[in-house]
Design a protein around this ligand. Structure first.
Ligand SMILES: NC(=O)C1=CN([C@@H]2O[C@H](COP(=O)(O)OP(=O)(O)OC[C@H]3O[C@@H](n4cnc5c(N)ncnc54)[C@H](O)[C@@H]3O)[C@@H](O)[C@H]2O)C=CC1
Ligand SMILES: O=C([O-])CC(=O)C(=O)O
Length: 357
């Protein structure tokens, strides 16, 4: 009678013959092809693409989105290193199915059918640079990626992280207009990190848990355009003039604080990935139809005379469903608003004229 060891060997030989391992993903003694695995599909949730997925923000962002139960499919796109990041992330035992896409020729496949596209693609700052110094490189990157979105997922919600946000959002809007698919409710510049920082720094001053603090931050996402409304902090509180000046300056310069600490190795990535996921999760809850989802974002707006402005917005099934007014500002904030608007107007115009060239 044949021993069980030899039966097993025979089964392995037959199986190897029927299903020879054909690619580098099939390692060791594994002889089951991925195509033969029982299909995952069908799990409810949203399809999300991350463009710039292999970068400093991209990698932790991808990891956190893979942990988000609202995500069923996660597409990772970059011009470098997506196979490695995709392989790594795909081993996490969470629900989302992960697929990687490398290089321009795979951009369309990465985008087709997506509900939400998050864009952290582009170069980060080094010490001594402003966000606007990134314009020359990042403007072109954002333009190309948005042309892909226009073609392959024109109804997707877009979360734009690439700097300078004050200019890249207007660029995206122009690209979408040119393609005839622009829906201002679906294009959101991500300013969540300013809120995350403001909550943290204000909580430190007040001696509170940051999770209990909510600071609206309006305007834009660069220097003086970042305008924390400390008079509207929840829970209600008051600050001395010294505290107001310290907090406003620290929140406005939070990005530079990290750029200098990293000393040439880039800008905020981990806190940004956290903020991006907090914001993306809010967008997905809105898409699902949850009530009362409100966050700050840089959007097409009539709150001021500028065509784009960051304020609190309510997120729903169509993206931005309501834009809240600024509310009562104190004198310090009114002066800050004037400075913010002046710089914002120039950055917005720069983006629009680049895209219209
Ligand atoms: N909105 C915000 O609050 C924040 C924005 N940022 C901005 O996010 C951007 C990314 O920052 P990091 O991840 O630190 O930079 P990084 O250099 O580490 O990663 C950027 C990634 O983009 C990829 N990339 C470049 N060109 C691309 C293209 N055409 N298509 C797809 N991917 C492309 C690169 O290969 C790289 O993997 C920067 O512009 C930075 O200033 C950073 C922090 C906060
Ligand atoms: O400061 C930078 O260049 C990156 C950024 O936008 C931020 O950290 O807020």
């Amino acid at each position: 009678m044949e021993s069980s060891a030899s039966i097993n060997q025979r089964i392995a030989r037959i199986s190897a013959h029927l299903n020879p391992p054909t690619n580098s993903q099939m390692e060791g003694n594994c002889v089951l092809r991925r195509g033969n695995c029982r299909a995952k599909g069908g799990s409810p949730g949203f399809k999300v693409a991350i463009l710039g997925a292999a970068g400093g923000i991209g990698q932790p962002l991808v990891m956190l989105m893979k942990m988000n139960p609202l995500v069923s499919v996660l597409h990772l796109y970059d011009v470098v290193n997506t196979p490695g990041v995709t392989s790594d992330i795909s081993h996490m035992d969470t629900g989302a199915v992960v697929r990687g896409f490398l290089g321009k020729e795979q951009l369309e496949d990465a985008l087709t059918g997506m509900d939400l596209v998050i864009i952290p693609a582009g170069v980060p700052r080094k010490p001594g640079m402003t966000r606007d110094d990134l314009f020359n490189i990042n403007a072109g990157i954002v333009k190309t990626l948005c042309e892909g979105i226009s073609k392959c997922c024109p109804k997707a919600i877009v979360n734009l992280i690439s700097n300078p946000v004050n200019s890249t959002v207007p660029i995206a809007a122009e690209v979408f207009k040119k393609a005839g698919i622009y829906d201002p409710r679906r294009l959101l510049g991500v300013t969540m990190l300013d809120v995350v920082r403001a909550n943290t720094f204000v909580a430190e001053v007040l001696g509170l848990d940051p999770r209990e603090v909510d600071v609206p931050v309006v305007g834009g996402h660069a220097g003086v355009t970042i305008l924390p409304l400390l008079s509207q902090v929840k829970p209600p509180c008051s600050f001395t003039t010294k505290e107001t000046e310290y907090l406003t300056s620290r929140i406005q310069n939070g990005g530079t604080e990290v750029v200098e600490a990293k000393a040439g190795a880039g800008s905020a990535t981990l806190s940004m990935a956290y903020a991006a996921v907090k914001f993306a999760d809010a967008c997905l809850r809105g898409l699902r139809g949850d009530a009362g989802v409100v966050e700050c974002a840089f959007v097409s707006s009539q709150v001021t005379e500028l065509p784009f402005f960051a304020t609190r917005v309510r997120l729903g099934r169509s993206g931005v469903e309501e834009i809240y007014p600024l509310g009562p500002l104190n004198e310090y904030e009114r002066a800050g608003l004037e400075k913010a608007k002046k710089e914002l107007a120039e950055s917005i115009e720069k983006g629009i004229s680049f895209a219209r060239k």
